[in-house]
Design a protein around this ligand. Structure first.
Ligand SMILES: [Fe+2]
Length: 312
């Protein structure tokens, strides 16, 4: 028994209302509860998947991983304690806020708050309706998506996430970040999603490089790209053939559309209101532990994914 999937993510953000606009109008999630201080968003039948809360860090604040049942949660608790991790159990107030039956909370070796839970709330009686017309997101057994996590020590990170939490290695990319800097990223899975977690020791200011949400169709990616590219031509007068008064500097895109070498995700990247990035994707391949062997890559993209930073 082990972790089944990434269940939810929470971000501490300076501007909750900017995130509200970003996640609903641009990304197409469904807000279920919100105030000036915090908000929760749905992307499938679960009562929520993404939370934002007012905070100074503009970074990932917590992540919740799902296990199947109470026995699996007990096993994970023991595994963590045997590894010397301090684990808080029995916090019914927090479980209530997360909408889960029971959870444990702890920190990874770098102080990142993590939770493991079972019994999330499903609300099939209130279907997910995208606020921007996204047909839907790939979740279910593959969980909410993935995130790319920057750690101070790759060895320590791998020891914890594979050795203690039980993630499996999918592959490695040696990522050229400059003429004299190549960073090795490890891509880890806990279900059929090629990677739920990617970790690297990179010279970056935040623990979060990006998180990824996977849409159901290629057109979802194209429409999302249109919503985020700042050209906004679908809100101009419908009688106009060509967009007018387009403000290209308002683009949130940080890369062009491209396809990754390892998970084969076709995606683009966009800047969130907190500075870290969102990857909006479709069409990834899955891993199967019976046949999968890890490989190594020298590039992140088969094609595309060209940086648009500083090109406004
Ligand atoms: Fe990604």
């Amino acid at each position: 028994m082990s972790i089944k999937s990434l269940g939810y993510m929470g971000f501490a953000v300076k501007d909750v209302s900017a995130w509200r606009s970003f996640l609903t109008k641009k990304v197409g999630l469904m807000e279920v509860a919100g105030s000036d201080e915090s908000a929760q968003y749905r992307m499938d039948s679960r009562s929520w998947r993404i939370a934002v809360q007012k905070g100074a860090s503009d970074d990932l604040a917590f992540a919740g991983y799902e296990v199947a049942n109470p026995a699996a949660l007990q096993e994970m608790t023991e595994r963590l304690r045997n590894a010397g991790i301090q684990v808080e159990t029995g916090n019914a107030e927090l479980a209530g806020r997360r909408g889960v039956m029971e959870l444990i909370s702890f920190q990874d070796p770098f102080g990142m708050p993590l939770e493991i839970y079972y019994g999330a709330t499903d609300v099939f009686e209130r279907p997910f309706v995208s606020s921007a017309g996204v047909t839907g997101f790939v979740t279910g057994e593959q969980g909410a998506g993935h995130y790319f996590y920057v750690v101070p020590s790759l060895d320590e990170g791998l020891a914890f996430y594979t050795g203690v939490l039980g993630f499996q290695m999918s592959d490695v990319i040696d990522i050229a970040m400059g003429p004299d800097l190549t960073v090795r990223g490890y891509f880890l899975h806990c279900n059929g999603r090629h990677h739920t977690l990617a970790i690297a020791a990179a010279p970056m200011p935040k623990r979060m490089h990006h998180f990824m949400l996977q849409a159901l169709t290629l057109d979802d990616v194209g429409h999302a790209c249109d919503r985020l590219d700042g050209m906004d031509d679908k809100t101009t007068d419908s009688n106009l053939r060509l967009p007018t008064n387009v403000d290209r500097t308002a683009s949130c895109l940080t890369t062009t559309i491209g396809r990754h070498v390892n998970d084969h995700m076709l995606s683009f990247y966009s800047e969130t209101p907190s500075g870290f990035e969102l990857e909006f994707g479709w069409g990834a391949r899955e891993v199967d532990d019976r046949s999968w062997v890890m490989t190594r890559h020298n590039r992140t993209a088969m094609w595309g994914h060209k940086s648009l930073r500083n090109k406004a």
